[in-house]
Each structure stands twice: as C-alpha cells, then as structure tokens.
Design a protein around this ligand. Structure first.
Ligand SMILES: O=C([O-])CC(=O)C(=O)O
Ligand SMILES: [Mg+2]
Length: 389
C-alpha cells in the first residue's frame, strides 16, 4: 500500500471582526487554511488532512508556498513514513519542512510550520482510523480523557460596547454552560477597566470565575499597578501582562500578585518556553501556560515543550492552550492538559467544537471522530472541502 503526500494546498481566509484587545484590532485578521492531500483511501474516500493557524498571527501563504510545502513535496516520499511504512511519520515530515532553517528567531515561520503540522497529524490519525486524542494517548502510554475543561474567551473592546453589552455577553457564555469567562484589560484607563471587571463580576456572581488578559500591553510599572488593582478580586488568572519575551517583568509581578497568572501564547518554540520556565518566575502550583501549537511549530514541537516542562517539574495539567481550536482539544484529551480555550462567538468557522457538542459545567466531551474531528463541524468542513475535495 502506498502512503504518499501528493499535494499541500493553502488558501488565506479572513477571520476579521471589529473587536480590539489592548494591542491589536482584528479588522484585517486572516488565517491560512491548509490541506495535506494523500493517496491513501479510507472508507472509500481520499484521506486529506486539514490545518489552520489560530488568531493573533496572520495567514502564512507566502512562507508555506515558498518553503515549507515545497520541501515536503520535494522529499523522497519514503523518507516521510513510519518504520512500518504504513503511515506518515509527523516528525519526519516536520524534519523535512525544517531543512536548512537556522535556530532561533521563532516567529512567523513557526506559524507556517504549525499550520501544516496540524494537517499532517490530522491525516496521520485518519490513516490510522482513530481520533487524534486516542492516537496520542497510545503513543505516550497514557489514558485518554475525552472530557476537557473549556473556558469562554471574549470580553473584547468593541465600538459602542457598554457595560450592559459586556454583561450580556458574559451571561450568554454562562447560559451556554461555561463556568470560566475571560475579558480583555489594558485597552482602557485602569479605572475604566476596574469598572468593567466589577460589572462582569456582578453579572457572573458565584456561577463562574473571571480571567483577564492584557495581551502583553504593560510595562513593569503599569503591570504592577494593575496587579495591585486586580488582587482585590478573586480572578481565575491575570494573563500576559507584559511583553511575552520579558521574563524579568513576568518574574517581578509575582511579588505583587500572589494569585494565578497565565502567559505563553506568544512563545513559539520549546526553547522560548524553557526560558519562560527558567527566568519568568512562573509557579507550577498555580500558574498557567498557554503555548499554542498552531502558532508554534505544531504538535511535534509541542511534545518537546511538554518534555521541557516535565524536566522542570511542571505537569501538563498546568497547560491551557490559546487558540480555541480542535487540535488543542485533542492534545488536552490525549495528553492530560488542563483544558482549552474557546471563543464561543468569534473566529468562526475555525474555532469551536463539532456540531452537537455541548458545554456542561465548563467541560465538553471530545467526540470519537477520526483525525482531529473537523468533519464533525459542518461550517468548517464546508470550507475545507472547497480547498481539497
Ligand atoms: O486577543 C487575542 O489576541 C487572543 C488572546 O489573547 C487570547 O485568546 O488569549
Ligand atoms: Mg491572550
């Protein structure tokens, strides 16, 4: 039986909206949708793996076409297979993509590779005829747990959005079964943010907890001023206060903020993750790590990141990835992460869960669909099929 990647396709799609966080607006946001086409047939259908990058970084069509897709297509097909020769070996495909790439400078390249890597894992699990989370658990010798904690991310700044709209948005998440919600801070003066936080806390009462996200906006002084304000409230976490690479700032904040903090969505390699753990003063008993494989060289690299964390005594259960995609849902269910982000009202059709999956008590149950499960989400699969089937 032949197993061969016959094509790697990319199309850049808009995921734009008028929302704004403390650093960027999303009026021009895009994503790369990628298809890895194979010559394998399962259940009478050609196996195609799909991937896309999560929000925050833009589509990567240029890099994908100029370097990463062509390296896969130019490689000896046998060099991309597992030792039995009956499936792709994602690490080998990853190695082919990264040929002649120097170390360091992890940025847009990591998004391009992460997007293709998602499609390669989707194809690999489909060829194996299993949900990706089951495949991952088997490979790591652990027990999968399809029940995954998810929280609702939103609370963006938005033209004309007043406190009652913010409260209504949060109430909507509670109505849909979430018990942790997240809102943006740092895009308004601190007193206004305090008022926004108090309004949301009043709305959610004891039904849910609130996390806040500054999107890397603060210098040390502002980060500390916010820490002093935020510690008056029982927050779920204080996220990405300062620049993602300013580990000293992150470490200094711990002196002013004893409650949980979260960061990592803008760290794109296991080396950067290691620096955060070495120098960022993150506390393994309470803090959260948000590395997002779709932005950071994919699951091949994410597994190396988890190894780094293990070396430093961190449990995978402290990881709740950024991005709200089904790929991280599978990693959470397969490898015991602490949960996954979700954007109930944003970045559609890319975010979210397969049709019919409901949030109950802040958890979902990952369905038993082959691959990542994109075929179970009809609006998303419609766009995917247009690219490759
Ligand atoms: O607003 C964004 O860039 C997304 C983000 O930080 C998050 O989901 O944590
Ligand atoms: Mg964030």
């Amino acid at each position: 039986m032949s197993v061969r990647i016959t094509d790697v396709r990319e199309i850049t799609k808009p995921i734009s909206s008028p929302i704004r966080n403390a650093y960027i607006d999303f009026t021009k946001m895009t994503t790369s949708l990628v298809a890895v086409v194979t010559d394998v047939v399962r259940d009478g259908k050609r196996v195609v793996g799909y991937g896309f990058n999560s929000n925050g970084r833009y589509g990567q069509g240029g890099l994908i076409r100029e370097r990463f897709a062509s390296r896969i297509l130019e490689a000896d097909p046998k060099s991309l297979l597992n030792s039995a020769g009956d499936n792709l070996d994602p690490d080998k495909v990853w190695g082919a993509m990264m040929t002649n790439e120097k170390p360091g400078g992890h940025g847009e390249r990591s998004v391009a590779v992460g997007t293709i890597d998602m499609a390669v894992w989707d194809a690999t699990a489909k060829i194996a005829g299993k949900p990706l989370f089951r495949l991952l658990a088997e490979r790591h010798g652990v027990t999968a747990n399809p029940r995954v904690f998810v929280y609702a991310a939103g609370g963006y700044y938005y033209p004309g959005k007043d406190l009652s709209m913010l409260r209504g948005e949060m109430r909507g998440y509670l109505d849909r079964g979430y018990n942790v919600v997240k809102m943006k801070i740092g895009g308004a003066p601190i007193d206004e943010d305090r008022t926004r936080i108090e309004a949301v806390l009043k709305e959610i009462g004891n039904d849910a907890q609130l996390a806040v996200d500054a999107n890397g906006r603060f210098d040390l002084e502002t980060g500390i001023a916010y820490a002093k304000m935020l510690r008056d409230y029982p927050l779920f976490w204080y996220e990405e206060a300062g620049d993602p690479l300013d580990y000293a700032l992150q470490a200094a904040l711990a002196e002013f903020y004893p409650a949980p903090m979260a960061t990592g969505e803008n760290l794109f390699s296991h080396q950067d993750a290691r620096n955060l753990i070495r120098y960022g003063g993150m506390r393994p008993d309470r803090d959260w790590l948000q590395f997002d494989c779709a932005l950071s060289y994919g699951l091949c690299e994410y597994q190396r990141t988890l190894e780094v964390l293990k070396t430093y005594g961190w449990s995978p259960s402290r990881c709740i990835p950024h991005g709200g995609h089904q790929m991280s849902l599978n990693i959470a269910a397969g490898l015991g992460l602490g949960g996954n982000e979700s954007y109930p009202d944003l970045f559609q059709p890319y975010g979210g869960f397969p049709d019919g999956v409901r949030v109950e008590n802040g958890h979902i149950t990952t369905p038993e669909l082959a691959g990542i499960g994109f075929e179970g989400k009809s609006d998303l699969y419609k766009e995917m099929k247009e690219l490759a089937e």
